[in-house]
Design a protein around this ligand. Sequence first.
Ligand code: GDP
Length: 484
Amino acid sequence: KNVSAPTTSLSQNKLLGGLLSGAFEESSCQSRYKSSLYRKQSPFPLSPYLVQKLRKYEAYHKKCGPGTKRYRKAIKQLKAGRNVENSECKYVVWFPCNGLGNRMLTIASTFLYALLSDRVLLMHVAPEQEGLFCEPFPGSSWVLPGGFPHNNPQNLHIGAPESYVNMIKNNVIRNDDPGSVPASSLPPYVYLHVEQSRLKLSDNVFCDEDQLVLSKFNWMILKSDSYFAPALFLTPMYEKELGKMFPQKEAVFHHLGRYLFHPTNTVWGIIRRYYEAYLARVDEKIGFQIRIFPEKPIKFENMYDQLMRCIREQQLLPELGTAEPANTTADAGKVKAVLIASLYSGYYEKIRGMYYENPTKTGEIVAVYQPSHEEQQQYTSNEHNQKALAEIYLLSYCDKIAMTAWSTFGYVAYSFAGVKPWILLRPDWDKERSEVACVRSTSVEPCLHSPPILGCRAKREVDVTAVKPYVRHCEDVGFGLKLF
Ligand code: GDP
């Protein structure tokens, strides 16, 4: 009798081909092993170099992370106001900004930055984010321990005197000759403010000169609202290393996200119950993510009409018939599940009603589901964030995804899935409706909304997409950049 595949390849599968560490206790975080069973296999091969790099990082994190002698020493020096030479451990402390989708994109970007610049990633976990994610690094923690001296988020803003750009402007530090700056002459930490308007020309810090100075700080505090991974690819000194880690650049968030983010058992319970109840046994799953942004409100009728146009033009759902189909077609009786993620219930009500009241031409059955409708975004509610995370995951189990332009919530979902979404375009600023209903994304990477400009000091207005073969402008954000 043929015995099943060797255990090594079985466990390799479970660990997503070596992406995940085998050093965890399985029951402590079930989603780490179970989530991938709800998806098709990743279409993006993993580079052995990235796997090696992750294992090395895990060892470094364990050596320098919270609870270690080295961590205590580094905190002591920070408190004493000293930036010592040749420190064994360097840190980057992530602070939150905006909603969950934004946070996941910036955590992944900061982690990539930590990998490239040899820093330990620590997270300031606000109460609304507690208990959402499992620890990703074995034998250690990525949660910034209490007692960190500079943990007031109010002080992290564009005008902060500790911000790198302000320190340069105020001549506290210099970046014109990085080689000559002794680490011990620097302040005990640097704040890197990587927010939208700042990711532009004059304050662009993704250049070799700046990165060389920044690398001398033992402590870095970082706050960002942007998926800045593409900017790291545009930094000459990181380009080669990134090429080895990601031979397929389209899969950066896809791999890093699947490595870092694992819902805790509580959140996994929500996901699993919903999936098993409504999605596990259907023939096809189609996700619609409808997000209305306060800065660009769109009337319900207009958004609904755009979604319907997209569905029709891209044939995402079966057409309605006038009578029950007499001849059974090949697809008759097949069940298509529509999963809707939205703060509002209107889209669900209408689509469900449509397929309740009318037959389909093919005889296919359309089942429409929406896990929650929270009505309003709540930045500070933990329960609200649990649902948001659950819905990002549920969307990521869909075979096809249509999402609202500009939404990081949607970006995370399709990137996890490894599925190129249809993007429901935003109307021009002076219009209420978009002429084009939706376009297919060319990549499963998220979009960086405010790109840096190439050649930092040169301040040349070069379109990076003309120079770098691995970035394009985003379908939904014309000036934005995405890897592909
Ligand atoms: P973005 O603003 O669309 O880029 O996405 P973010 O995730 O950064 O912020 C939006 C926040 O609003 C989410 O984190 C949720 O808290 C909430 N939200 C938006 N859409 C949905 C949804 O469809 N379902 C749930 N549960 N929450 C949502």
